[in-house]
Design a protein around this ligand. Sequence first.
Ligand code: T46
Length: 183
Amino acid sequence: MNIRSTTLKDVIEIIPNIFSDERGFFFESFNENTWKKQGLPYSFKQDNQSYSIKNVVRGLHFQTGEHAQGKLVRVIKGRVLDIALDLRQESPTFGKYELFDLDSESGKMIYIPEGFAHGFAALEDSIFHYKCTGEYCKSAEAGIHWNDSSLKIPWEVDSPIVSLKDQMLPTFEEYLQGSYSVN
Ligand SMILES: Cc1cn([C@H]2C[C@H](O)[C@@H](COP(=O)(O)OP(=O)(O)O[C@H]3O[C@H](C)C(=O)[C@H](O)[C@H]3O)O2)c(=O)[nH]c1=O
């Protein structure tokens, strides 16, 4: 597999070895020993999967404090524009985000460590899968508004479909003035 650093400190892009033949293709989406040898995070506590119709935007989400989650994200079907936003005040890339075009054919994965807000837009009807380094904790859920005017995230979708919960999320400025601690 190929591992590439990104513009965000500690966010890693992973391209697995894909074995193609006349039937289709195969790749290992996770292997503890291989990841351990490559110095990649390998301890995950929960797998999640969501299906989003085209134009859905989910996020930007994170869990606060000790419940912060690292996420290994990939697309099983379709194509998404994925985003990671660095919320770690001590990070050299604090307040920066990067967009990642993820699709089912490339198998490309992104590892997003604890301390980031995460979201994605479904550019097609898509199945999204991610491994989390920590379990879900409803009381620790937090987020930042998907359409924040200071972040100006270019989602590439027309009339996004956003949950009521996400429509109510604070702006990045409101978050910064709040009392959240992401890790
Ligand atoms: C995240 C989560 C949710 N749920 C329940 C809670 C709700 O009843 C239902 C839907 O949850 P929600 O609307 O928060 O799902 P998403 O909008 O896809 O949230 C996720 O979207 C962005 C992209 C993320 O990175 C987060 O991991 C996660 O917040 O699933 C669970 O039971 N366990 C869980 O781990």
